[in-house]
Design a protein around this ligand. Structure first.
Ligand SMILES: *Cc1c(COP(=O)(O)O)cnc(C)c1O
Length: 450
């Protein structure tokens, strides 16, 4: 029985899959401050035209440039594993497969889009990229990609993470990026926050505002976002395309797919290529897994909202907890986003994509079980998918169903060991966001269409 199912480099996909071609209804457009759909020109101040076109394209297959493939080949195709030892520990008749995206240099799926974004910006004559990072996964990925294409990268890192995750910062600097603790005094947004609160610990929303401001003001500089947007999900579909080929090699097909869901990019990445089959009538369940502390798809509303905390971005129709929602300090930093990808949101609204929320302790319990059986220490974000697969495999053990389960191991947890320490010390808690707090934050949604 095979453990690792490996593709040859020459089998790496040559095209990304665009789910918009197979959605039953056209995606809801982003809106500007006037309530009208935003055109390409409005985005051109911070994104290259090639990415803006991908953001709006309805074309089913979009070619991956050879220059991008050449860099992806440093770690792709990524292995698909059959989790024999986890299955045995659970005494389940279910077959469990996982796609290992932890093998990238930065340790997660995020370089799949970082490399593509750096390439298109380079092609457009851009010299530097700005971005924000919370836990540091995205900042590392863009620093790596910028280095590969000779672009300067400036990362606004949320101040509290800058202090608590010094090795993520060193990694970004090793790849040549400049990293600043946000809020800084380099931007108007940062200065405004510091004037009000000189001790501000920062937030993702503030860091986005700083990065966007700098990109909008300089002709040689663009902004890059690590999740949520259509083109980011497009670049991640290489995950699901590879997984499909790998399962074919062993004559299998999943009944259910699980992925952790923050902004929706690794979920869309693994699930969308299978959605094409679902749209053609195949039975398959696609399940986004989120924390109970930031339950966007399971407890939020489907409405137009801002992508950032301050309200600088266009309005996107998505599941949201409200743009001023302040998620508690749970240990899966990459899942603490108030909104979700508009594509994932629309498919969820239409009943084509499922979502569940899992409490923090169950995710760490599953992460430790996975480390002790399969060997890999998962990122706290990834443990959400592990926990969901473990739940389903245990259910199969009760019912005797031999289901085939696939999940995305979106990253490793080597920089998150302090979170595991706190779990072992019994210091972590479950936290379900109180309904009243969600309702309060939803009262501040922008009014659209009068
Ligand atoms: C960023 C991140 C996530 C969540 O982001 P998505 O855009 O929802 O994929 C999940 N896992 C890891 C390891 C991450 O770094």
């Amino acid at each position: 029985m095979k453990t690792k199912i490996l593709l040859k480099e020459t089998d790496m996909p040559t095209h990304w899959y665009n789910v918009m071609a197979d959605m039953p209804n056209p995606p809801a457009p982003p809106l500007g401050p006037d309530g009208q759909p935003v055109g390409p020109d409005a985005l051109a101040a911070i994104f290259p035209m090639a990415l803006i076109e991908q953001e709006m394209s309805q074309q089913r297959w979009i070619e991956i440039p050879e220059e991008v493939r050449e860099i992806l080949r440093l770690w792709r195709p990524s292995p698909l594993y059959r989790a024999h030892r986890l299955e045995q520990a659970l005494k389940t008749p279910a077959k469990i497969y996982y796609k290992n995206e932890a093998v990238s240099p930065a340790g997660s799926h995020k370089p799949n889009t970082a490399v593509a974004q750096a390439y298109y910006n380079k092609q457009a004559g851009i010299k530097r990229l700005t971005t924000e990072t919370g836990a540091g996964q995205w900042g590392c990925s863009l620093a790596l990609a910028g280095q590969m294409f000779g672009l300067d990268v400036r990362v606004f890192m949320v101040k509290i993470s800058y202090q608590q995750k010094p090795y993520r910062r060193s990694m970004m600097q090793t790849w040549g990026a400049d990293v600043f603790a946000s809020p800084t005094d380099m931007t108007a947004a940062g200065r405004t926050i510091l004037a009000k609160d000189p001790e501000s610990q920062g937030s993702l929303g503030i860091a986005i505002s700083e990065a966007v401001e700098e990109a909008a003001q300089r002709d040689d500089t663009n902004y890059a976002l690590g999740s949520v947007l259509n083109h980011v999900l497009l670049h991640q579909t290489i995950i699901g395309e590879e997984a499909k080929k790998q399962l074919e090699m062993v004559g299998d097909y999943p009944d259910m797919i699980f992925a952790p869901c923050g902004g929706g990019s690794n979920f869309g990445g693994i699930a969308f290529p299978f959605f094409a089959d679902k749209a053609a009538g195949k039975e398959i369940q696609l399940v986004a897994v989120e924390p109970t502390s930031c339950p966007t798809l399971t407890k939020g509303v489907y409405a137009y909202d801002f992508g950032d905390a301050i309200g600088l971005t266009p309005l996107m129709k998505m599941f949201t907890l409200g743009h001023d929602f302040m998620p508690p300090g749970i240990h899966a930093g990459g899942l603490r986003y108030h909104g979700d990808s508009p594509l994932v949101s629309q498919l969820h609204q239409e009943g084509l994509v499922d979502a569940i929320a899992v409490p923090q302790l169950e995710t760490f319990e599953a992460g430790v079980l996975f480390a002790r059986t399969e060997g890999i220490v998962p990122a706290p974000e990834s443990t959400h998918a592990v926990a969901a697969a473990v739940r389903e495999a245990r259910r199969c053990a009760e019912t005797g169903e031999p289901k085939t389960l696939l999940f995305n191991l979106s990253g490793h947890g080597h920089f998150d060991m302090s979170s595991y320490d706190r779990y072992f010390a019994g210091e972590l808690q479950d936290y379900a966001y109180p309904e009243e707090a969600i309702q309060e934050s939803l009262r501040h949604l922008p009014k659209v269409g009068g």
